[in-house]
Design a protein around this ligand. Structure first.
Ligand SMILES: CC(C)(COP(=O)(O)OP(=O)(O)OC[C@H]1O[C@@H](n2cnc3c(N)ncnc32)[C@H](O)[C@@H]1OP(=O)(O)O)[C@@H](O)C(=O)NCCC(=O)NCCS
Length: 145
């Protein structure tokens, strides 16, 4: 059974392996590992004590930002992402947040479908938001909670 818990610094190596496998332009290891220090919040989803996914987000007063979510390839489309997203929303509501923002690659139809299932709406397109080896526009989405 899946178990969601706060990310512990000892989870970072395993979570970063998933980040590298699932993100066409992964965060640098330095940015990923300094996430705690800059005040981001993060949760992991484990199956039999093995990390299969994570979510990273930030919150300031009523506004929150979903910064990253990823599920290991072999476990995608099996409900773990939904569980992490619902857990994050629950935490954010408890903190008094009213709105969640995110950016997603416009070519990432799977993720866009995932967010729409949770009633995120499309707000705008930011052209050339993603640069480097895998350039893409960003779709800006948000959810009132
Ligand atoms: C996007 C992601 C986080 C979704 O997590 P997941 O555990 O695979 O998704 P779930 O099983 O909880 O799916 C929930 C719903 O999202 C939608 N969805 C998820 N994956 C989908 C896919 N590959 N194609 C179409 N719809 C999809 C469906 O509506 C699905 O409900 P259903 O299975 O009842 O039809 C995961 O697939 C992932 O890590 N992708 C790679 C990294 C990524 O793109 N992160 C987002 C960056 S912004």
């Amino acid at each position: 059974m899946y178990k969601v818990s706060l990310m512990d610094p000892s989870d970072l190596e395993d979570a970063y392996e998933i980040e590298k496998k699932t993100n066409p332009s992964p965060w640098s290891k330095e940015n990923f590992f300094s996430s705690f220090e800059v005040g981001h919040k993060s949760l992991v989803c484990k199956l039999e004590n093995k990390i299969i996914g994570f979510i990273i987000f930030s919150n300031f007063k009523k506004e929150s930002h979903l910064l990253s979510i990823a599920i290991d390839n072999a476990f995608q489309r099996k409900g773990a992402g939904s569980l992490l997203l619902k857990s994050m929303i629950r935490q954010l509501k408890a903190l008094g947040a009213k709105k969640i923002f995110l950016e997603v690659r416009i070519k990432n139809k799977n993720a866009i479908d995932f967010y729409k299932k949770f009633y995120f709406v499309e707000d705008a397109v930011r052209a050339d938001y993603y640069t480097g080896d895998n350039p893409d526009d960003a779709l800006l989405m948000s959810l009132d909670i």
